[in-house]
Write a protein that binds this ligand. Structure first.
Ligand SMILES: [Mn+2]
Length: 348
């Protein structure tokens, strides 16, 4: 038999300046993948592990309307019980979870149970330890709950050391993974890449939002609280596509409403121009042409500062690593610069 619930996290409704095409792709995920599985398995309990909306301080009404229609209303219509762990994007302040969008929008209008403080709750008769985003204000309570709880299952919105923030970039700060040894299985939202190590699982976002999500598994999970079996339900709807131009026969796959990068391997200018026009006729959101031939010298060798060129994040981190100054906390500078870079990407 078992007792199955669905786990979803980091929906970030309204991400990238309330981008309507991301909302459209999210809607496709909920209507074609999420709810059909919920119905088929007759799921009546859903856990959201934080960052329901993207913006911490305000809501765009187009985003609110779309998220109600694609997610909140269909859950309510099915009489599904939702519990929600407050994440860092849900809160107005950074030093407390007290004022948060989930309580004002979802607890009041949709009867979602939300947890801004740690608590051990009962899900289908099984104890689950809930740890929301840890702030200055709830820190002590969180560590006390982690220590005292009798639950064997943990669900949180946490920053844990060693787990990937983006592909190949593990977090150097955060909680010690040893803390979670006492649990049989732990789940967390926060980092958007799906990754697991031992009994700790970052579940990943349900859909792609940025180039960091390219090629990464996206979707949601079914978890049996009794047998502790975890099943991944993939969302194969993609938004980020890489194309290769290597001559007149180069393929164009389905790229409508997608962010596209064209990697040029054959530099015949007339053919390439024709290809780019054809790509644009398919109505992608954005096309970037990456001309390897032109960048050849620099991608293969180190530039004069000894920095290997790669993606923007690794250029930033590599550069900071190469700074010869022991007085600065390089990890702090890296986090700051990467946050700044992410924020810059958000600006239209
Ligand atoms: Mn998040």
């Amino acid at each position: 038999m078992g007792k199955k619930i669905a786990l979803i996290t980091d929906s970030h409704f309204g991400i990238r300046k309330d981008n309507p095409i991301i909302l459209k792709k999210q809607e496709e995920f909920f209507s074609k993948i999420f709810f059909p599985v919920i119905d088929k398995l007759e799921i009546k309990n859903v856990g959201h592990l934080g960052d329901v909306f993207h913006k911490r301080k305000e809501i765009n009404f187009l985003t609110l309307e779309a998220s109600k229609r694609m997610f909140f209303e269909p859950l309510k219509n099915r009489n599904i019980d939702v519990f929600c762990v407050i994440g860092n994007h849900d809160t107005y302040y950074t030093n407390t979870n007290d004022v948060n969008s989930v309580e004002y929008i979802l607890s009041e209008q949709y009867n979602w149970k939300s947890y801004r403080n740690p608590e051990t709750i009962n899900v289908l008769g099984v104890n689950v330890c809930i740890i929301p985003w840890i702030t200055k204000e709830n820190k002590e309570k969180c560590f006390k709950e982690l220590e005292q709880t009798k639950a064997k299952i943990l669900m949180g919105h946490l920053e844990i050391q060693g787990f990937n923030i983006t592909k190949g970039h593990p977090s150097l700060k955060g909680l010690d993974p040893e803390i979670f040894k006492k649990f049989d299985i732990s789940f967390s939202g926060h980092f958007h890449i799906k990754s697991s190590n031992k009994n700790i699982h970052y579940l990943g976002t349900p859909a792609q939002y940025t180039w960091d999500d390219f090629g990464e598994p996206k979707g949601f999970h079914i978890f049996d609280v009794e047998t502790k079996k975890l099943t991944f339900i993939p969302n194969k709807i993609e938004m980020f596509k890489k194309l290769i131009y290597n001559g007149p026969d180069s393929k164009i796959e389905n790229i409508t409403d997608c962010y596209v990068k064209i990697y040029v391997e054959n530099n015949d200018a007339i053919g390439l121009e024709k290809y780019i026009k054809e790509v644009e006729n398919n109505k992608p959101i954005e096309v970037k042409v990456i001309n390897n031939k032109r960048l050849n010298v620099k991608t293969l060798e180190e530039d004069e500062n000894g920095i290997q060129l790669g993606n923007t994040e690794s250029i930033i981190t590599d550069y900071i690593d190469k700074i010869k100054n022991d007085k600065i906390d390089k990890e702090n500078v890296k986090t700051f610069m990467l946050d700044l870079y992410k924020e810059a990407l958000e600006v239209k």
